[in-house]
Design a protein around this ligand. Structure first.
Ligand code: SF4
Ligand code: SF4
Length: 334
């Protein structure tokens, strides 16, 4: 299954309860950025640019737990920066799992091999490794040699040790779709548990030349989809249809709230207008109607999963879509 039975059951219960309570906005995934320090400086990374003044700050274990409880989202995605550089990352993971959160530990993979000896597999823990192409391309994007080979060694070791391993790939303007197909073929051979793929977001602090327009995204993702050759996708079929321009989805930025050492980021993981001191203040203080395509120029070309994946799930309330999502979850195929 793409989502384990436990996670599927937890999400089904969580969504049903929130819909029955007529809650309009509720989070699916808490994006937790416990630090921004990183051991790489990738092309296309908005984080290390936007937060360069606080690269030495971290969220403490208590602050991470408090944030997870405030949001109450079933999934906590620990990202950054490079989370494995956090001095108390093991404690953050084990405390979150201890409180029954499902944890996605995102990493660039550089420190993964050694880190695996310090933790144990758990059905609530997934390791998510970022890979933007095969060796030459990935090393060039990350600005350092052997990043790809180290990440792949980490993935192989994690699979051998029975960890759930997923990958995350960002598509840029100059991405070679054939190379992406080769990368996905390799990940299929290693038997990773799901591939997440998303177009890059055009951060204001970065040059715009590397980013795709919506129309270009539609064409590029059609090509990628045609050459999947049975790879297990971690994005829903509904989100893929949106990427390929076959259906429209409304962004739900509140579904993936983001917390970091500056506070609760508003309105979303990608753009920043303000940081609030609590989740409640952020939820109530953000003018949600001001964001989305046609409302804010920064949203114009955004099709990133943290804005739309929740709407691809909530949008599948009709029976046909629901059955497709269930089939995808069981078989990994759209
Ligand atoms: S590894 Fe991640 S956080 Fe670090 S520079 Fe690259 S994209 Fe940014
Ligand atoms: S469209 Fe993208 S950038 Fe705009 S609010 Fe939604 S997720 Fe954020």
């Amino acid at each position: 299954m793409i989502y384990s039975f436990n996670l599927s059951w937890r999400l089904t219960k969580y969504i049903t309860l929130n819909l029955m309570r007529k809650k309009e906005k509720f989070p699916f995934v808490l994006m937790m950025e416990p630090l921004f320090r990183c051991n790489l400086s990738c092309l296309g990374c908005g984080r290390i640019q936007e937060y360069k003044d606080i690269l030495n700050k971290v969220l403490s274990v208590e602050e991470c737990m408090d944030a997870a409880r405030q949001a109450g989202a079933p999934i906590v995605s620990i990202t950054g920066g490079e989370p494995l550089l956090h001095p108390e990352i093991k404690k953050i993971i084990s405390n979150l799992i201890g409180e029954k959160f499902f944890v996605y530990l995102c990493t660039n993979g550089l420190l993964l091999e050694d880190f695996l000896d310090e933790i144990k597999p758990d059905h609530r823990l997934s390791i998510v490794v970022h890979l933007d192409g095969m060796s030459k391309t990935h090393d060039s994007i990350t600005g350092r040699k052997n990043v790809f080979s180290k990440a792949i060694r980490g993935i192989r070791k994690a699979k051998k040790m029975n960890f759930a391993v997923r990958t995350n790939t960002t598509i840029y303007k100059n991405t070679d779709t054939e190379e992406i197909s080769n990368l996905f073929g390799l990940l299929k051979e290693i038997r990773t548990d799901g591939i997440m793929v998303s177009p890059a977001f055009s951060y204001e602090v970065l040059s715009r030349d590397s980013f795709l327009s919506r129309k270009e995204i539609n064409g590029v993702f059609k090509k990628i989809y045609e050459n999947l050759n049975g790879s297990r996708l971690y994005n829903t079929p509904i989100y893929w249809e949106f990427l390929m321009g076959r259906r429209d989805l409304q962004c739900m930025p509140w579904a993936n709230p983001t917390v970091n050492p500056k506070g609760w980021k508003s309105p979303c993981y990608l753009i920043t207008d303000k940081h609030y001191t609590s989740y409640k203040e952020m939820l109530e203080g953000t003018g949600w109607d001001n964001y989305g395509v046609g409302k804010d120029p920064r949203c114009k070309n955004c099709m990133v999963h943290c804005g739309y994946e929740a709407s691809s799930i909530l949008g599948s309330i009709n029976l046909t879509d629901l059955l497709r999502v269930v089939r995808w979850n069981i078989t990994g195929r759209s």
